[in-house]
Design a protein around this ligand. Structure first.
Ligand code: ADP
Ligand code: MG
Length: 146
């Protein structure tokens, strides 16, 4: 049995108060909190049933690209909860202006969706992207070897 299932909602909210720090950002889909005991990380909580599954999309993009030349453009995702409502990501510092160029699969190009991490500019909101539309170019039929 999962021992956490027996937490009362009061204890759960006390736990949240203890472990979550300040609310540092809010977008259309997510609220972003500092983690009190892990200052290099944030918790991104997806609250609305928008059908967009931003946390899950970000998690997939990170895992597909992390070991490619494009991984350094993305704030690393460290963990995700079972249903995707909670995503743990590396914390970035805000930037005032976008650079002249960013990878061509990126969407939603506004400074609030980017930050600085270890001296590099990275996206921290990359759940929406053009990877499917770009990836579908050139798709045709393949032979079936049975
Ligand atoms: N990894 C991060 N580090 C620091 N701040 C972040 C991070 N991710 C998001 N934020 C802050 O929280 C805000 C909302 O997060 P974002 O990922 O853009 O959510 P949404 O998908 O709802 O737009 C951002 O505009 C930014 O201010
Ligand atoms: Mg955003």
């Amino acid at each position: 049995m999962n021992p956490f299932e027996s937490f009362s909602s009061g204890v759960q909210s006390e736990f949240n108060d203890l472990f979550l720090g300040d609310l540092i950002g809010e977008g259309q889909f997510r609220k972003v909190y500092e983690l009190r005991f892990a200052p290099s990380l944030v918790a991104k909580i997806e609250l609305r049933a928008s059908g967009e599954f931003e946390n899950v999309a970000e998690w997939h993009v990170w895992n597909q690209l992390r070991d490619t030349e494009w991984g350094r453009w993305l704030a690393p995702c460290e963990a995700i909860s079972f249903s995707g409502s909670v995503l743990i990501q590396r914390k970035t510092s805000p930037i005032a202006r976008l650079p002249k160029q960013v990878p061509s699969f990126m969407c939603d190009l506004k400074p609030e969706n980017f930050g600085r991490l270890s001296g590099h500019l990275v996206a921290h909101d990359y759940g929406h992207h053009r990877l499917f539309t770009r990836g579908m170019r050139g798709v045709g039929l393949r032979p079936v070897n049975v």
